[in-house]
Design a protein around this ligand. Structure first.
Ligand code: NAI
Length: 294
C-alpha cells in the first residue's frame, strides 16, 4: 500500500508537450485529460474528420470541469491541437499511441515514431492486449517503449497501469510514472502479461456476464444484479462502453487462441454494432448514455 502510494511521487519529470496518436475513444480522452492538466497536446489521426469529434467531446468535458468559465475553456481548448500530419511527434516529451489494436499497424507506427521523436521522449502504447515485447521489437531501441494503459472512461477513472516490458529501461519507466502523476492519475506498476492486472480480473467477469445473456438472461437483469451488488456499472454495459470489437480482441488475447467468444458478441461486431461508440451494442446508446426501454 505505502509503496503504491509513493510510486512515482518523487519524479521530477515535467512533460510540457504530449503527442497522442489515435483520436478514438481512448486517444481523444487521453489528449483531453492532458490538456486539462496544462500540457500542450497534439492529437494525430488519419484525417481531420477523425480528430474533430474528439475535440468536440473534449470541449464538453472542459465546460463541465471549468464550470462554464468560457475563458478557461478557451485556454484549455487552445492547448489541444489537431495534428493530422503528426508534426507534434518531433517535439513532444511524451508520445502515446492509442490506435487500433492491430500489432502490424502498431509496429510500423512505432518504427516511424522512433525516427521522428526526440531521443529523450517517452514512447508509450495504450494497448490492452498485445505483448509489449512484440511491439518493442519493431524499434531500433526497444528499451524506449513502455505501456501506459488507461481505463475507459479516462476522465473518470484514476488508475493507470504503467507496463514494464522485458526491455523497458528504468529511466523510461520512471518518466512514464512521473507523467501519470502529473496528470493526477494513480500509476500502478505491472509487468507485461496478458490482461496486465485489472483486465486479467475483469475479463473473466465480463465474459461470464455475456454467457448469462447468451443463456437468455436480459442484459438489464444481469446489470441490475451487479449494480445492486455495488459495482458502479453493470458488466454488460461495461462491455458496451469498452467497445465490442475491443472486447473480442482482449478476450482472445486473455483466453488464448482456443476459446470462442459468445456467439451474440461476434454477431453484433460483424453487424458493426460496437457498443456506445457506434450507438448500439447489447444496448442502444444516445449522447453517451444507454437508452432505457420504455
Ligand atoms: P478506436 O477505434 O475508438 O480509435 C482508434 C483510432 O485510431 C481511430 O480513430 C483510427 O482512425 C485511429 N488510427 C488507426 N490507425 C492509425 C494510424 N496508423 N495512424 C493514426 N491513427 C490511426 O479505439 P480505442 O477504443 O480508442 O482503442 C485504442 C487503443 O487503446 C487500443 O490499443 C485498445 O486496445 C486500447 N484500449 C482501449 C480501451 C477501451 O476501453 N476502448 C481501454 C484501454 C485501452
Amino acid at each position: 500500500q505505502e509503496r503504491l502510494k509513493a510510486f512515482g511521487k518523487e519524479s521530477d519529470f515535467a512533460p510540457r508537450h504530449v503527442h497522442v496518436v489515435g483520436a478514438g475513444v481512448m486517444g481523444g480522452d487521453i489528449a483531453a485529460v492532458c490538456a486539462l492538466r496544462g500540457m500542450k497536446v497534439t492529437l494525430q489521426d488519419q484525417s481531420v474528420e477523425r480528430i474533430a469529434p474528439a475535440i468536440q467531446r473534449a470541449a464538453r468535458l472542459f465546460e463541465r470541469r471549468h464550470k462554464g468559465d468560457a475563458r478557461q475553456v478557451r485556454f484549455t481548448l487552445d492547448r489541444l491541437i489537431a495534428d493530422p500530419e503528426g508534426h507534434g511527434a518531433a517535439r513532444a516529451d511524451v508520445i502515446i499511441e492509442a490506435i487500433f489494436e492491430d500489432l502490424a499497424v502498431k509496429r510500423s507506427l512505432f518504427a516511424e515514431l522512433e525516427r521522428r521523436a526526440r531521443p529523450e521522449a517517452v514512447l508509450a502504447t495504450n494497448t490492452s492486449s498485445l505483448r509489449l515485447e512484440d511491439i518493442a521489437s519493431a524499434l531500433q531501441d526497444p528499451s524506449r517503449l513502455v505501456g501506459i494503459h488507461f481505463f475507459n472512461p479516462v476522465p473518470m477513472l484514476p488508475l493507470v497501469e504503467v507496463v514494464e516490458g522485458e526491455a523497458t529501461s528504468a529511466e523510461v519507466l520512471r518518466r512514464a510514472t512521473g507523467f501519470v502523476r502529473r496528470i493526477d492519475k494513480l500509476p500502478l506498476p505491472v509487468k507485461s502479461a496478458p490482461g496486465f492486472l485489472v483486465n486479467a480480473v475483469l475479463g473473466p467477469y465480463m465474459l461470464e456476464a455475456l454467457r448469462c445473456v447468451e443463456e437468455g438472461i436480459a442484459p438489464e437483469a444481469v446489470d441490475a444484479a451487479l449494480t445492486a451488488f455495488g459495482m458502479p456499472m453493470g458488466p454488460v454495459e461495461l462491455v458496451d462502453t469498452v467497445g465490442l470489437d475491443i472486447a473480442v480482441a482482449a478476450g482472445k488475447a486473455l483466453a488464448g487462441s482456443g476459446a470462442e467468444p459468445p456467439a451474440r458478441l461476434l454477431k453484433l461486431v460483424a453487424a458493426g454494432k460496437l457498443g456506445r461508440k457506434s450507438g448500439e451494442g447489447y444496448y442502444r446508446w444516445q449522447d453517451g448514455k444507454v437508452v432505457k426501454a420504455a
